[in-house]
Design a protein around this ligand. Structure first.
Ligand code: AMP
Ligand code: MN
Ligand code: MN
Ligand code: MN
Length: 287
């Protein structure tokens, strides 16, 4: 019997809110036994060439990737696109529009933090953003740790930057239909990222899965760094119920912050269709 493929199809580099370069991620993935890798920066495909080149150098099969921010029934949902063509104009334009509001949102987040006595957060966060267009809550979290407001980034998200807490600014991202559409136009496969993380009712979650499927979405993350073991099982059932393939990815951001490292998750449950089976022709092979 062959062992299951060690695929890690979700992580972030300095091009969005990770702390490692695409090259360092490729080396780390290789060192942890990853065989098929995808870099999925938030709303940005600017790191894809570097990631693909680094994967080739270290000897990893590679799939292009992106994680698109979407607003669905008032919540932020993340849709991963795998195997997308980075040269596709619709995808590029859609991502550019999605990134567009981040600067203004960051200024408003900073103003809100001023009200609770935290000064200079915008400039402070910007320092951590390798790509200023992609300034995110993660960069604010790093600044709040640096200045001693919190001990670690998880604590920041418990006390700040989330709904009802100081520094949280409501924001409208792409629509589900648009995000899935851009991915499909770019010949990719759309995947609902970490579905257990959303705070939907059962009815709302059913709506998310059905609309996603109706728009042409094909997979969900089942085994991810954001799920518990019990959630692997419940989302394996959801994949079966909705006729969706399954993905696996650590969602690794940083050696200092992420509790799940590249390539260290358990395999997908055997009865599921791995998403990479839908993407065989889009995998950059080993040289
Ligand atoms: P943004 O796209 O600016 O809203 O930032 C979202 C990012 O914040 C996510 O991709 C995570 O990297 C990070 N994040 C969100 N919630 C948490 C949390 N509870 N703990 C740690 N990081 C989080
Ligand atoms: Mn992130
Ligand atoms: Mn996400
Ligand atoms: Mn992610």
């Amino acid at each position: 019997m062959t062992s299951p493929l060690n695929a890690d199809l979700h992580c972030h580099s300095v091009i969005s809110d990770g702390t490692l370069t695409p090259e360092a991620l490729a080396e780390r993935a290789k060192a942890h036994g990853v065989e098929l890798w995808a870099l999925t920066d938030h709303d940005e495909i600017g790191g894809q060439q570097r990631a693909a080149a680094a994967a080739r150098r270290v000897g990893l099969q590679y799939l292009t990737g992106v994680e698109i921010s979407v607003t669905f029934i008032g919540q932020t949902v993340h849709i991963v696109g795998l195997g997308v063509d980075p040269d596709n104009a619709e995808l590029q334009l859609g991502l550019q529009r999605t990134r567009g509001g981040r600067g203004q949102r960051a200024i408003e987040m900073s103003e809100d933090l001023e009200r609770v006595g935290i000064h200079g957060a915008y400039q402070g966060a910007l320092k951590y953003a390798g790509n200023h267009e992609l300034i995110s809550r993660t960069h604010f979290a790093r600044f709040l740790v640096e200045t001693g407001v919190c001990r670690e980034t998880n604590e920041v998200f418990r006390k700040y930057l989330t709904e009802g807490k100081p520094g949280y600014i409501e924001h409208r991202w792409a629509s589900l239909k648009d995000a899935v559409g851009w991915i499909r136009q770019a010949s990719g496969v759309a995947v609902i990222a970490h579905p257990a993380r959303y705070k939907f009712s059962a009815t709302e979650e059913f709506a998310l899965f059905s609309e996603f499927k109706n728009h042409g979405g094909e997979a969900i993350e089942v085994v991810t760094g954001s799920h518990t073991t019990a959630e692997y099982a419940s989302y394996a059932d959801m994949a079966t119920e909705f006729g969706l393939a399954a993905s696996r990815g650590s969602d690794f951001h940083s050696p200092d912050e992420s509790h799940t490292d590249l390539g260290t998750l358990p395999p997908l449950p055997e009865h599921l269709t791995p998403v990479w089976e839908l993407l065989a022709e889009r995998i950059q092979p080993l040289q």
